[in-house]
Write a protein that binds this ligand. Structure first.
Ligand SMILES: C[S@@+](CC[C@H](N)C(=O)[O-])C[C@H]1O[C@@H](n2cnc3c(N)ncnc32)[C@H](O)[C@@H]1O
Length: 312
């Protein structure tokens, strides 16, 4: 497994000192305790993967067998599509994200809008230093894929002259618009487009930066989405990401993720717990990828998180 835990290096390291002590001191809530059971090193937030060796079970392969069986038996029946490269953005939207009931889309958007405060507070230090890079490079045309309710806009909206936010769920638009307005973006400088990452409705080499947070877990085709990201980026453009990824092989956390993965996909609109997103990003053909991992206690088993920047 090529788990991408490349430590920040080269150029980015000169500009970004990711916080190592962002985790709030534990209030010993039930959630903390559960998380500590899963990962006893929480609170020692580092830039290296911190799954404890003691959590690795026997080396005889029993864990792998259980994982394989759980994965096979419980594999979700959500469809996966072979995508036609020539399909238009609209056709792809229909294919990849067939219209769900209005109430479901509204429900999911409102849950997302109301349930992420703790997570956003915990990840804020990472995001602000990551997005600082956009200001430094004076990125003017910015695209956010899977923008959801727009929690990232406040970090970069004031530096950009045009922000495109794409999301297949049209019910996200009102939240994203509100977030754009309160971040100081005028309506003409923010465009919400109902589309999927696999077929971006933008021209080749048209944006300075692409942002994606907690979205590669949900797209139908990660490789295709990353190729689209590269296509729309100008040469030298940046792709900035914060994604939850599968835990290290052989850990209790990974086993738990394998078991819960089908349920997670059903409850969280197709979100996968077991994606090796770091491998996808590092193999997508970017000229450089600088990334690191951390653990977010409020996200329990949805850990670790990979964050960083790739250059086209
Ligand atoms: C967990 S939410 C994250 C939203 C936001 N980026 C954030 O950080 O809060 C995942 C988002 O990805 C969107 N999404 C799902 N499938 C997608 C696809 N194929 N392309 C782009 N976005 C997608 C969902 O509608 C949702 O808004």
């Amino acid at each position: 497994m090529v788990q991408s835990t490349v430590l920040l290096n080269s150029n980015i390291r000169n500009h970004i000192n990711f916080p190592t002590n962002q985790l709030k001191s534990s209030t010993k809530s039930v959630k903390d305790k559960v998380f500590n059971l899963i990962n006893p090193q929480i609170g020692k937030n580092t830039q290296k993967p911190i799954i404890s060796e003691s959590l690795r079970l026997c080396k005889c392969g029993r864990r792998h067998l259980v994982e394989a069986i759980a994965g096979t038996v419980l594999q979700t029946c959500l469809p996966s599509f072979a995508l036609e490269p020539t399909s238009s953005a609209k056709e792809m939207l229909k294919k990849i994200h067939p219209p769900r009931s209005d109430w479901y889309e509204e429900f999911y958007a409102s849950v997302l809008n109301n349930s992420m405060n703790e997570y956003e507070a915990e990840i804020a230090g990472y995001k602000s230093q990551l997005f600082e890079e956009l200001r430094r490079l004076q990125a003017k045309q910015v695209l956010e894929i899977g923008i959801g309710t727009g929690p990232n806009l406040k970090y970069y909206a004031t530096h950009a002259s045009m922000v495109y936010g794409i999301d297949p769920n049209a019910k996200m638009e009102k939240y994203a618009r509100k977030a754009a307005a309160s971040s100081g973006l005028s309506p003409e400088n923010f465009k919400f487009l109902q589309a999927v990452g696999e077929a971006l409705p933008l021209d080749d080499a048209s944006v300075d930066a692409v942002i994606g947070t907690l979205v590669l877990c949900s797209v139908n085709d990660v490789n295709r989405t990353l190729q689209e990201v590269k296509r729309v980026l100008k040469p030298g453009g940046l792709y900035m990401f914060v994604e939850h990824v599968v835990a290290n092989d052989g850990t209790s956390l990974r086993l738990l993720q394998t078991v819960l993965n089908p349920l997670q996909q059903l409850l969280a609109d197709g979100c996968h717990l077991t994606r090796e997103t770091g491998s996808y990003i590092s193999q997508a053909g970017f000229s450089s990828v600088d990334s690191s991992t951390t653990y977010i206690s409020s996200f329990l088993f949805v850990n670790p998180h990979l964050y960083g920047i790739a250059h086209k």
